[in-house]
Design a protein around this ligand. Sequence first.
Ligand code: 5RP
Length: 235
Amino acid sequence: MSDPAEFKRAAAAAALDFIHPGMRLGLGTGSTAEAFLELLGARVARGLEVVGAATSERTADKARALGIRVADLDDLAPLDVTIDGADEADDALNLVKGGGGALLREKIVAASSRRMVVIADQSKLVKRLGAFALPVEVVAFGARSTLDRLERALAIAGYKNVAVTPRNGAEGLFRTDGGNLIFDCALKVIHDAPALASVLSQVPGVVDHGLFIGLASHLIVAGPDGTRILERKAS
Ligand code: 5RP
């Protein structure tokens, strides 16, 4: 096995061990989360009863198409477990997410869950976060001035000359399910993820950012040497 898609599927398959009948699930977004949905859908077809809150419209559509019951988060919370992918994870289980543009709903759903199990191919496990450009969700109103404030806040926090790029979609600027924009911040290396998360949260116009700190309880990584599960240490 050498294909990232196969590793994603292997990590997704291992996450099925966290699922039990009657559970209320958070359903993640992205190709790894979709691999999990396909495996979950097969279990549902064989009689497993679960219900899920989706982290994006795309995931909700896919889950329904696979026969997985979907309901509003507010009718289900607290959730038993969320299964989601990541763009990067470190060994403290801090994450960068939002490559698929769903970071806000992903964070709300993860924060509403007793556990968050992250599934990933081995390439996502990194020593230092930051090589993947950090997605930051901003409101469209005054987006240009938010971009300037964001650059200044990053510079003050020690991240100088960072390219902050509004994300494009199929037709002009990418819009999230909530109608917001995404700015991708090419930080290269994140020195202190909790400190940066706090800086970003204070920028007016920023709705949320793709740093997930203290949310993931488990990380399942699959690679050529097999699948392993990392558990977040109590802090
Ligand atoms: C979407 C996400 C995804 O979990 C992340 O982009 C990973 O995607 P994939 O599983 O396709 O590699 O955060 O907003």
